[in-house]
Design a protein around this ligand. Sequence first.
Ligand SMILES: C[S@@+](CC[C@H](N)C(=O)[O-])C[C@H]1O[C@@H](n2cnc3c(N)ncnc32)[C@H](O)[C@@H]1O
Length: 346
Amino acid sequence: MMNRFPKVNFIGNKEKISSWIANHIPTDVNSIFDAFSGGGSVSYHAKALGLKVISNDILEINHMLSKALIENNNEVLSDEDIDTIFEGTPTKGFMYKHYSNVYFFPEECKELDLYRENIKKLSSDNKKALAFILIRRAMVRKMPYSRFTINWEKIIQLRDEDYSYLKYKRKRAYHNDSFKAHFLSNLPAYNNAVFDNGQDNISIKGDIFDVATTVHADLIYLDPPYTGTMNNYFGFYGVIDEYINSKKIEPFQNNFVDKSTSIDLFDKLFSKLQNFKYWMLSYNNSSYPTKEQLIEIIGKYSRNIQVIEKPHVYKITGKEKKKTNTEYLFLIKNDSYEASSKTGRY
Ligand SMILES: C[S@@+](CC[C@H](N)C(=O)[O-])C[C@H]1O[C@@H](n2cnc3c(N)ncnc32)[C@H](O)[C@@H]1O
């Protein structure tokens, strides 16, 4: 079941350790709220285990990832849909105007502008989400270092296959493959990833500080951006939200980027989790606050805190080196949870 999760390529994803996380879900849990769902790897694993999953993220493209792969139980893209997405002639639109020679060449921006308008013609929101996450995969694949925090000079340098080969012994030809080629090569895996686990799963797009009290589930899983690490998610992917909506968007707040506000943000977050019997938090030893500081903050709300540790090897894209961290999983039983006090929209 697990091998069906497609290649999403999401910075900070928990794909490699999703089994380890899932193994610590208490046995009396039937529903899980993945509050910072990102690329959706934990939600997907939980869905495969048969749990009811509610996924949330503040970025629209991450909401679409969970809409297409978690909430969606059976809709896939047909040959007809593919014809619709790629029909017509590239046009000058939002991407051409704002991001030519910023992230992509002008002709490529025109293709993106055409595909967006075509995707809007698809017959359902699930199909649109599936199409947009395939375009996302193509955009990320064409971007050196797979994120939108690289300047144009560096982009064209790294998209120069001869230069890349001389300097790094890798041509990185995939940066120059077309959006359509990437889309089509990933299509079977994305279509195959859609499945029904017999539950009514839900995908939400919201700031967790607004939505936490509106959701009800047995367990909330928290995988926030790790403060003090490379964690500027709006910078990494915000342009995809702009592309989908054809408008400039202000970076979101409550982003865990700033060290001076991180402790207060965690405190505020834990004060809003009364709807959940269990809380699970992922963090690591090279981020801020420290494990001890987190235990102190959480200790205001619960006396029942367990921290499970695991060495986690990860690769920093671009730096081509591997680092080892200790990954923490906080498992907390909410002392003041009352099963009878079910409130909320979901
Ligand atoms: C570490 S990533 C989650 C990775 C995910 N577990 C996975 O496996 O792909 C953190 C996510 O939190 C989201 N985020 C940041 N601030 C948020 C907020 N205030 N409310 C909701 N989501 C937020 C970011 O957009 C990002 O997708």
